[in-house]
Write a protein that binds this ligand. Structure first.
Ligand SMILES: C[S@@+](CC[C@H](N)C(=O)[O-])C[C@H]1O[C@@H](n2cnc3c(N)ncnc32)[C@H](O)[C@@H]1O
Length: 481
């Protein structure tokens, strides 16, 4: 069954069956030390000043990563990975701990996931790890140790042209894709180079045989009938990046071209095989799989990625949920929302803000109590309602803080508080004390509260008509899930 998972791929993969996947393509964060922003498309003509952090690619060592690093040798042994690989990991950890702890944090994050990918890959399966020169050499060593270097097939170079950047070095115009198989018995469909004008002539049903006489003198060329399909594809792939004006571009940072994914899928799978992308972003792998009649599983930790895939990739092929595909991980009940909060408080925040029609703040850390904003128009002015989300314990001081935000923030007339727990009487009194905002003769409570239960019952904010971005989906705003 085709599936889209919202959540951390580590948790999701740990629940997947062993040896169930034919092809894994992953395009994880590259250790680029940047945060990528997704710009919301705004069809209202009014500016939406917030941007959401699409995903973060900066790495810091923390307690959880050191625990995982210490645990990796055990996981490796449990999965039957050879002892020298385990030893290697141990010494690499020791070395990087003091010399480059940020790199170690990134490699820990990657290694623990690569091991799971190895487990879920079929014996006949293939894996393509997309990376760039920042960390490809480290990742290759780790892949060699997990998959064994004898199963390394290619270092594919995805070569492209883009506008040159000012730099005192050569222009960087390629990515690296490390291609491994799990065993020697694997699916490989030979692909051929795109024919050039001269090769077309040369290969047009004929081959030319050059012969020499006994004195080394060249004889007239002999033409022979040929059934050769052309030159087998090499490991340098010249595929253009998606042009800014291209219809293919969805505005998702790091989106990869469909042609790249189609090539990988065609080379390493047969029809109906299962393709898995654990970092699926805006779903290039998913579209390439649908187009080529493969089954697919995608996973992303960012909620807007899941919605984008549904709206911009899956819908155009006429696939419907839950008949043709399933979505897992998006809360459909209070219990599931609580579970999401316990797993990842930031994703809970994102989900709650977007579920009520707001835009998330672009910072992971609390932005002075503001987790998102809902925009509405008053005449020609764009006003906003600040949103604050609390998954854990709540108290009257939270509402007092929101009153402080209302006084401090320009253009902000309303504030919304989203919580999992029922607000106390004291909190309700505190909210009531903030009074009303009046627009065109209608009064709106300046501080409003919604519990997650209210949200599931269909309650929403009371404010002048909210600005929505683009499409409506099942009666909800663009990114509301
Ligand atoms: C480089 S982008 C992938 C782009 C994708 N290949 C495309 O063509 O759109 C990496 C994606 O991984 C997601 N991601 C990062 N950490 C994740 C995790 N632990 N689990 C699932 N997804 C994750 C990010 O949200 C981001 O969408």
């Amino acid at each position: 069954m085709n599936k889209l998972f919202y959540g951390d791929n580590l948790i999701i993969m740990r629940n997947m069956s062993a040896e169930s996947i034919d092809l894994i393509y992953l395009d994880p964060p590259f250790n680029s030390n940047r945060n990528y922003n997704l710009l919301y498309k705004n069809t209202t003509g009014l500016p939406i000043p917030e941007q959401i952090e699409a995903f973060c690619d900066t790495w810091e060592p923390d307690y959880e990563k050191s625990e995982t690093a210490a645990d990796i040798p055990n996981i490796m042994r449990n999965y039957g990975i050879q002892n020298d690989a385990v030893q290697f990991w141990y010494y690499l950890t020791l070395a990087l701990k003091s010399t480059n702890p940020k790199l170690l944090a990134y490699l820990v994050y990657m290694t623990v996931r690569l091991i799971e990918m190895y487990r879920i890959l079929k014996q006949s399966g293939s894996m393509y790890l997309h990376c760039d020169p920042n960390a490809s050499h480290y990742l290759k060593i780790i892949m060699d140790s997990i998959f064994s270097e004898k199963n390394f097939k290619n270092e594919l170079i995805w070569s492209y042209h883009r506008w040159p950047a000012k730099a005192k070095r050569f222009q960087r115009m390629h990515d690296i894709i490390l291609y491994y198989t799990k065993t020697e018995e694997f699916t490989f469909n030979q692909l051929y180079q795109e024919p050039t004008e001269s090769s077309k002539k040369r290969w047009a049903g004929k081959t030319q045989r050059v012969t020499f006489d006994g004195h080394g003198k060249r004889l007239p060329t002999i033409e022979e009938e040929s059934d050769s399909p052309g030159v087998p594809m090499n490991d340098v792939w010249r595929i253009p990046i998606i042009a800014p004006s291209s219809k293919e571009r969805l505005g998702y940072p790091t989106q990869k071209p469909l042609a790249l994914l189609e090539r990988i899928i065609k080379a390493s799978t047969q029809e109906n095989d299962v393709v898995f992308d654990p970092f699926c972003g805006c779903g290039t792998t998913i579209e390439a799989s649908i187009k080529n009649n493969r089954q697919w599983i995608g996973c992303d930790i960012a909620i807007h990625s899941i919605k984008l895939i549904q709206n911009m990739r899956i819908q155009k092929y006429g696939l419907n949920e839950p008949v043709d595909y399933e979505i897992e991980g998006i809360p459909q009940s209070v219990e599931q929302a609580r579970y999401l909060f316990e797993q990842d408080p930031f994703q809970f925040q994102y989900w709650a803000v977007e579920r009520t029609g707001g835009f998330c703040s672009n910072k992971k850390t609390a932005d002075k109590g503001i987790d998102g904003r809902l925009y509405f128009e008053t005449g020609k002015t764009l006003c906003n309602m600040v949103l604050s989300v609390k998954g854990g314990s709540i108290k009257p001081a939270d509402i007092r803080d929101l009153r402080g935000v209302l006084e401090r923030e320009q253009g902000t007339e309303l504030a919304g508080f989203i919580c999992l727990k029922e607000p106390t009487k004291a909190m309700i009194q505190e909210a009531d004390a903030a009074g009303f905002y009046a627009y065109q003769g209608i009064k709106y409570p300046r501080i409003q509260m919604l519990t997650v239960q209210d949200i599931f019952k269909g309650k929403t904010w009371r404010c002048p008509s909210a600005v929505k971005t683009a499409r409506k989906d099942k009666g909800q705003a663009h990114f509301a899930l």
